[in-house]
Design a binder for this molecule. Structure first.
Ligand code: FAD
Length: 396
């Protein structure tokens, strides 16, 4: 059923070009705004966190449909192609280790969202020649993200901090990867990382060369992203006239978004923030950004948020991710501290909860557990959730 309550006929489901995107993704309210479909042809555009059909295109198949993270996706084939089977943990994806880290450089930490691990790792990857440029997210003075390829280590710091609206990161990736650029790194949210995995594992022939340039994907844990227009209105109402220095979502027990301005700290109840979440995020199956080399989120420990907000929790997924983290340790780019034993279980639980909620929402949308729109009902992780333990707590 689409947003207007109309059911799709079987013919609609077979369209695999722009029309398929329109019917199966945009009209279904599933578009994540990841921008994987933009920058590859003149027909699709990105405008202020929305995907626009700029020109009609009647091609029966298209890269827009092939790479979209919300068109039917064989998740297991992606997992098998990108990761070692022995590393797979069904709740959180490929797993070589969980770490708690922060940038050794205090200046990075002060400008970063949490511990500055992402900024420090991207700087290291550039400095070591692992990548020649990285696609990073910045934002304009209205909090609308912009994505840019950055090749200068010194410029990475200026892009630190989370932008809670989806960034056109894959548009920037699509554009730069079609030039004669070298090795590319991307910092991605889960929907963007999934689209990159689809591009990497099953590139159409004209994309094979450009996809070989993608050398590193660093993922951000993600509960949801905000609709830019709604978020703008909320900010105008709550922090009128003040200059915003930072924005963060506190752990679930605090139930708020914290906005630090030059005059005061504003706490917006999470209920009001949730009104601004993009609809499509209710259909996301991935909290820990599984299709990456390394995924990074905020730390959780007994020491409480005042300490944790200066640290990251890091999942290493691939040999490259392990190599980069080992290098960061060896060169003292990152500081490490012990991870509390229970953190891995908490992460698994939170991640499984997001998957379960996604499945419930998809079934509610289609009216059938055999139709999960973009997810295969026979996917082994889906089967685990259907047959496994039921987690009742929600941990953001
Ligand atoms: C929409 C969103 C939701 C999130 N939800 C959670 C959550 O539920 N739980 C959790 O633990 N963590 C979440 N995070 C991740 C968290 O906010 C931090 O990004 C993470 O802990 C890394 O911190 P850091 O200090 O290492 O990052 P920094 O060193 O500050 O670097 C952050 C990097 O991310 C890039 N970036 C920022 N925003 C975006 C974006 N929208 N898209 C792509 N790249 C971006 C920046 O360019 C920068 O390079 C979320 C992040 C986003 C963007």
């Amino acid at each position: 059923m689409d947003k207007d309550g109309k059911t799709m006929d079987e013919d609609d489901k077979t369209k695999e070009g722009q029309q398929g995107i329109n019917i199966n993704v945009l009209k279904q309210g599933l578009c994540t705004g990841c921008s994987a479909c933009v920058g590859l042809c003149p027909s699709m555009e990105y405008y202020k966190d929305k995907t626009i059909l700029f020109h009609d295109c009647n091609l029966p198949k298209g890269r827009c449909f092939t790479y979209c993270p919300r068109t039917p996706t064989d998740l297991e084939a992606l997992r098998c192609a990108l990761f070692k089977p022995e590393d797979m943990v069904w709740e959180i994806g490929a797993f070589k280790g969980l770490y708690m880290t922060r940038a050794t450089d205090k200046t990075i930490r002060e400008g970063a969202q949490h511990g500055g691990t992402v900024t420090a790792l991207i700087q290291l990857a550039l400095a070591e020649g692992i990548i020649d440029e990285s696609i990073l997210a910045d934002q304009d003075d209205q909090f609308l993200p912009v994505a840019q390829p950055i090749d200068d280590v010194d410029e990475v710091f200026g892009k630190a901090g989370s932008k809670f609206v989806v960034s056109p990161t894959l548009l920037a990736f699509n554009r730069i990867s079609q030039t004669d650029t070298g090795k590319i790194g991307v910092v991605a949210t889960p929907c963007q990382a999934m689209a990159l995995a689809k591009m990497r594992v099953n590139p159409v022939s004209q994309d094979k060369i450009r996809m070989e340039k993608l050398k590193l994907v660093i993922g951000l844990f993600c509960g949801w992203a905000l609709d830019w227009r709604l978020f703008q209105e909320l900010l105008k109402e709550k922090v009128r006239g003040c200059r915003i220095k930072s924005i963060d979502i506190l752990p679930s027990k605090h139930a708020c978004m914290e906005i630090v301005t030059d005059e005061k700290i504003v706490k917006i109840p999470i209920k009001e923030v949730l009104n601004c979440v993009r609809d499509n995020c209710n259909y996301c199956f991935d909290m820990t950004c599984e299709f990456t080399d390394i995924s990074v989120g905020s730390a959780r420990s007994e020491e409480g948020w005042d300490v944790d907000k200066g640290w990251n929790q890091v999942i290493v997924r691939t040999s490259l991710g392990a190599k980069l983290l080992a290098l960061a340790r060896e060169k003292c780019i990152l500081e490490f501290k012990d991870v509390p034993d229970k953190n891995i279980e908490k992460l698994k639980k939170a991640s499984a909860n997001k998957k379960r909620t996604c499945l419930m929402n998809l079934v509610q949308k289609t009216g059938s557990s055999d139709d999960l729109i973009y997810i295969d009902p026979e996917d082994p992780v889906v089967r685990q959730i259907q047959t496994g333990r039921i987690y009742v707590e929600h941990i953001a």
